[in-house]
Design a protein around this ligand. Structure first.
Ligand code: PMP
Length: 393
């Protein structure tokens, strides 16, 4: 019989190191405040940047889509699972993103698994920033292409790797970077990366999961933020964060999207988004197109919180976005900090290895457009209290 102690022993070790992920169950819907363990706590760690996960218009759109289309897609997209509502979402998302076409997938994670192995072979090379998201790393692992990892946000090192890949005879070069790095909130130096890719005829792919709905005009993402429309070949996005729903997408030229429809395995072999998700995502796109009010509120809130935390003496890293890492470095300290915050009515999870490198544990605060100034002041007061108790500030 299999000895399950192998698992429990390892779990115990993780706990001793402060690396065991504590899964909290929400007893209320996503909002600025949550109920967890019967306790009302301020939510500082959801990716629901704009508060759309519990938005009335999106809920209504989901219900209408269920009424019209039912609950399940019935099949994969290439057999009987493409509904008109999927294509409508793809069309309106493409208009919003200012690209020729988009392809919607079940998640941002799946979107990376869809693109990377579909467009690279053993003759090609993939060049990846060393801090790229796990879903990119796994997508790269599914490809037979040669791999090169360049130093985080270092366009000169990228150029070295591009030269090396060319010299070693690689056919197609695919450069991949996160747009916003999810744990630190820093941005890819996209204008420099674009220049390098153009110089070496490389394809450029940006995973903008944390930039969609956050960066650029009306939240159009990092390409819009840097005004690089038409110069980034592939944008991967998610509908699961600022858009408030779930799902992922690829945006780019029509030829690329047509090609993925024939080759991308999560598209070919896994059923499509449900009507409710698709309808709600469509409503989110329409809302963002119509108004940038929520995006502006998000940035105002984030900048207030970050500035005040710095004034208190916290190390908030190098974030350029609403993601606010509160750097504690030591995993045990970070886990203890999070526990104490929870006792004080703040839900902000500790993040440690392997999500971030060893010795870089932190509380990652996610500010949202639906936090009020009172909420943020409440959080600042509690951070100050716990920070002093634990000798961090
Ligand atoms: N890419 C990045 C950079 C992310 O941060 C995430 C979410 N953690 C994903 C992809 C996956 O997105 P989804 O949750 O939609 O699968």
């Amino acid at each position: 019989m299999f000895d399950y102690n192998e698992f429990s022993k390892e779990l115990k070790e993780l706990e001793e190191k402060g690396l065991l992920v504590r899964i909290r169950t929400l007893q209320s819907p996503q909002g600025a405040w949550l109920t967890i363990d019967g306790k009302k706590v301020l939510n500082l760690c959801s990716n629901n940047y704009l508060g759309l996960a519990f938005n009335e218009e999106l809920k209504k759109a989901a219900i209408e889509a269920i009424e019209k289309w039912g609950v399940g897609p019935g099949a994969v997209r290439t057999i009987a699972g493409t509904l008109e509502i999927h294509e409508l979402l793809e069309k309106e998302l493409a208009e919003f993103k200012k690209v020729e076409a988009t392809l919607v997938l079940q998640s941002g994670f799946n979107a990376n698994q869809a693109v990377i192995p579909a467009i690279t072979t053993a003759e090609d090379a993939i060049l990846s920033d060393e801090l790229n998201h796990a879903s990119i790393i796994d997508g790269v692992r599914l490809s037979k292409a040669k791999r090169y990892v360049w130093k985080h946000r270092d366009a000169e090192d990228l150029e070295e790797k591009l030269k090396q890949a060319k010299a070693e005879g690689s056919r197609r070069l695919l450069v991949i970077t996160d747009g916003v790095f999810s744990m630190d909130g820093d941005l890819a130096p996209l204008p420099e990366i674009v220049e390098k890719c153009e110089k070496y005829d490389a394809l450029l792919m940006v995973d903008d999961a944390h930039g969609e709905g956050v960066l650029g005009s009306h939240g159009r993402g990092i390409v819009d933020h840097f005004d690089l429309h038409g110069r980034v070949d592939i944008e991967v996005g998610t509908l699961s964060k600022a858009f408030g729903v779930v799902g992922g997408f690829v945006a780019g030229k029509k030829d690329l999207i047509d090609y993925l429809k024939q080759k991308a395995r999560p598209f070919l072999f896994s059923s499509s988004l449900s009507p409710a998700e698709t309808g709600a995502a469509l409503a989110a796109v329409r809302m963002l197109k119509a108004s940038d009010e929520l995006v502006k509120k998000l940035w105002d809130n984030a900048s207030y919180f970050k500035t005040e935390m710095q004034k208190l003496g916290f190390d908030t890293g190098h974030s350029e976005t609403p993601i606010t890492p509160v750097m504690l470095y030591d995993a045990k300290l970070s886990s203890q900090f999070s526990k104490k915050l929870f006792e004080e009515g703040i839900f902000a999870q500790s993040i440690g290895y392997p999500t971030v490198p060893k010795g870089k544990a932190r509380i990652r605060v996610m500010i949202s457009a639906v936090h009020t100034k009172e909420d943020l002041d409440f959080a600042l007061g509690k951070f100050k209290k716990v920070g002093k108790e634990l000798g961090v500030i």
